[in-house]
Design a protein. Structure first.
Length: 403
């Protein structure tokens, strides 16, 4: 997980507050960074004492800035090529997402453009997108495949992720989403077997430990999803699901049976699902920008989910057709406006909750021993998602990447 070869030691000092991933700690605050890790974090009188205790190391005075952990975007499709702006006009004419998919648009159009692109070009596109993400506080991203839809292309994209991550020093968590849709002219049963074979090779090469299926009419049925997840579980994959986006297809029951870490989208749930999610500890990934772009007039009931004890995380769902968003800050603004979430709940949903959901143990909190991914911001928590807020500095493993 560690990306950098050299580290400096210093003490960050702010008279402002800190969001530590779980709660707000009032200023003053001091954060001792050593070897790319948070060596210690103190607030109040202890912070003042730490200035004396560490007088021999560099002090970085941040004034009254607000500090958070680096943001974690736990649902992205960053590896893609092609432009699907033409679908907006189709939607204006009344075409649904599934109508567009059946007409050869949607995922299949992106698959064609992505597979026609060179690895060099795909890396360049990912560079541009990730730079935009970092500019709004994101330090870690989950990255899906799903625009190859063949054994060779999907494995190529997983290997490309590994190369790009090392070259860019980008912290990524790759997920195999070969079960995104069934390619035209491929037999469904044979394609399911191809997905299983690809999953075996990906595990053997240690390319990914996460497996995703698009459970939806026009994508994969309940029976097909159960078949794929059974094999994925036997291979030791962590399971997540695209479920409940356009229809309710027993996604929660399937997720519970296979020990999924999350279901993402979840706009359509049946009676009793929220209780099952709460009892099982399965998180819900909410992707509000996608619903705005698709003009669905529906968002998951985040307030009810949270009040029922379900952990939720927010993500951009960055992709070619239904969410062009790279900013979790913008997603947070939308959640504040439309999802009845508080500032604290939103910050938790882009830091500690997604870290836990995608299996990162030392990310998402400002805590001793955690990796020093830190965002330094202009606005305090009460005005954090106002439009005038801006990222002042971003640290990844204690190294400045945005200043």
């Amino acid at each position: 997980m560690r990306q950098y070869d050299s580290y400096v030691e210093y003490l960050l000092i702010t008279n402002g507050n800190v969001w530590d991933g779980e709660r707000v700690l009032n200023g003053p605050n001091s954060i001792h960074v050593k070897n790319g890790l948070i060596h210690n974090h103190n607030s109040g009188e202890k912070a003042k004492q730490s200035l004396l205790d560490h007088a021999d190391i560099e002090h970085i005075d941040l004034g009254t800035s607000f500090i958070t952990p680096g943001f974690i975007d736990a649902h992205t499709h960053i590896l893609h090529a092609g432009d699907r702006q033409f679908e907006k006009e189709m939607r204006k004419q009344g075409a649904s997402y599934l109508d567009i998919l059946k007409a050869g648009g949607g995922i299949k159009h992106t698959v064609q453009k992505t597979c026609e692109s060179s690895n060099k070009h795909l890396k360049k596109l990912m560079d541009e997108r990730f730079s935009k993400m970092q500019a709004t506080g994101t330090t870690t991203i989950e990255v899906k495949t799903g625009y190859g839809l063949s054994k060779n292309d999907e494995l190529n994209h997983l290997r490309l992720y590994a190369e790009w991550s090392k070259e860019k020093k980008a912290r990524i968590v790759p997920t195999l989403l070969m079960a995104h849709t069934v390619p035209d002219k491929k037999n469904r049963k044979e394609y399911l077997e191809e997905v299983v074979e690809t999953a075996k090779i990906a595990r053997q090469e240690n390319l990914t430990s996460r497996f995703d299926v698009f459970l939806e009419s026009g994508a994969f049925s309940q029976k097909e999803t159960e078949f794929l997840l059974s094999h994925a579980c036997s291979l030791g994959y962590q399971i997540t699901l695209h479920a409940g986006q356009f229809s309710e297809m027993n996604g929660v029951d399937i997720a519970v049976r296979h020990g999924a870490s999350s279901i993402d989208h979840a706009e359509h749930l049946k009676t009793g699902d929220v209780k099952k999610l709460s009892e099982s500890g399965i998180a819900v990934g909410i992707l509000p920008m996608c619903n705005i772009e698709l003009d669905t007039n529906i968002q998951p009931d985040a307030r009810f989910l949270i009040d029922s004890g379900v952990e939720v995380f927010l993500a951009t769902d960055l992709n070619a057709g239904s969410s062009f968003c790279t900013s979790l800050l913008d997603v947070g603004r939308l959640a504040l406006r439309d999802l009845k979430m508080t500032n604290e709940e939103i910050l938790k949903s882009v830091t500690s909750v997604p870290a836990k959901t995608i299996g990162l143990k030392k990310i998402g909190k400002i805590k001793k021993g955690y990796i020093a991914d830190l965002g330094v911001w202009k606005n305090n928590i009460d005005k954090f998602f106002e439009k005038n807020n801006k990222l002042e500095i971003l640290f990844v493993e204690g190294n400045k990447v945005v200043n």
